[in-house]
Design a protein around this ligand. Structure first.
Ligand SMILES: [Zn+2]
Length: 379
């Protein structure tokens, strides 16, 4: 049997179109790549379980079984990619020096390949515990895959192998969305005695929102995430120049720090509307919370952090940085399920861009690091 390298496996995964169909109508989805992963697991003596609560959107749980009595390490990566519009030969992996190009190389088929090869190689060393690789669908849209995987998988710790550029990410922000509605009274532009201008009234809400963000700047920053923030995302209202607008709708996004969530934004928006009403008598405004995602953090003193730092230092030749990510990831779902988690993955560029690549040397070093972590954690 040929034991492929992480780079070879990345190329094989990139050659399979797995564009997320929720992002791009008609996208290939994860069915073909899931089939490939099931065959790969069988060829390498690993167990595979397909989860497909949503038809056509399968995730695959691949397990390197230990002899029993050890701890379980979960490695997690997503199989879907964003779209390929404007790219040339996105699913033809191309090697140029240290770089492997193609859609999904960096985000994140390389990280997934590193996890799979590490599970295979660590198991070959003879472990007591299991190494589980969750190959999850739909991370780029609604995270269906990781949520389904977490109903089947228990683990003592988890590493998400997104392309962190060899840094250890120990926290990231969450977010909460809200819809704010400002109501006026629609009337002909020539009838100021009748009209109430919802757009002008919305101005008071926006000013108060700006004041809230300024207040967040003044708070004690999180050690690796900095400050929380709030901003308007969209605004719509009015029909034509000659009429008083009867309504103005604003969407708001709050980026949250650990300890903050939906209740935080609800409280803050009540205060924003109160402040706006003081500035704009007669203001009629309300809000409704929308989608929200939790922030994530691991205690920097947790054993997994030290183990990853030491293993990475050994394989990379330099101690990796402990840092926060500005973006949201599936790690939040894993941490919320009670599994201590961090993110660690290879160096590359061009996630969601027209030219995407991963460093093969970095991919190989990350693979060896993950193998070393699994060998110690699951011994
Ligand atoms: Zn990703």
């Amino acid at each position: 049997m040929v034991r492929v390298t992480a780079a070879d496996l990345t190329a094989a995964l990139v050659a399979i179109d797995s564009v997320n169909p929720a992002l791009v109508p008609g996208g290939a989805g994860e069915a073909e790549i899931a089939g490939f992963l099931v065959r790969w697991a069988a060829e390498n003596g690993l167990d595979a379980q397909v989860l497909e609560a949503t038809p056509g959107r399968p995730s695959v749980i691949i397990t390197a079984r230990g002899s029993g009595g050890g701890r379980t390490l979960l490695l997690c990566g997503h199989t879907d990619t964003v779209g390929v519009d404007g790219m040339t030969a996105p699913h033809t992996p191309r090697r140029d020096g240290d770089r492997l190009y193609g859609r999904g190389t960096c985000d994140m088929k390389a990280g997934l390949a590193a996890a799979l090869v590490a599970a295979r190689d660590a198991a070959a060393a003879g472990l007591a515990g299991d190494v589980v690789v969750a190959c999850v669908a739909d991370e780029e849209h609604a995270s269906l895959g990781v949520q389904e995987a977490l109903t089947h998988v228990r683990a003592d710790a988890a590493i998400i192998t997104e392309p962190t550029r060899e840094a250890i990410i120990v926290a990231h922000k969450g977010f909460v969305w809200a819809d704010v509605l400002v109501e006026g009274f629609a009337a002909h532009g020539s009838r100021p005695e009748l009209g109430v201008d919802a757009i002008v009234h919305a101005g008071a809400v926006l000013t108060a929102l700006g004041a809230l963000d300024a207040e967040l700047i003044g708070r004690e920053p999180h050690p690796v995430l900095g400050r929380g923030s709030v901003h308007a995302g969209t605004i719509s209202g009015g029909i034509e120049a000659s009429s008083y607008p009867g309504r103005c709708a604003i969407t708001v996004e709050r980026r949250t720090l650990p300890g903050e969530g939906e209740a935080t934004l609800a409280r803050e928006l009540e205060a924003v509307l109160e402040r706006a009403t003081a500035a704009q008598p007669g203001l009629r405004a309300s809000f409704a919370l929308g989608l929200s995602r939790e922030p994530f953090a691991i205690d920097p003193e947790h054993e997994l952090v030290g183990l990853t730092r030491d293993a990475a230092a050994h394989e990379l030749g330099a101690t990796p940085a402990l840092t926060g990510a500005p973006y949201w990831t599936d790690a939040a779902f894993i941490a919320a399920a009670g599994i201590p988690a961090l993110l660690f993955g290879p160096t590359g560029e061009g996630e969601h861009a027209l030219e995407e690549w991963v460093s093969v040397a970095s991919l190989e070093a990350v693979t060896r690091t993950l193998t070393r972590i699994a060998t110690t954690f699951c011994a």
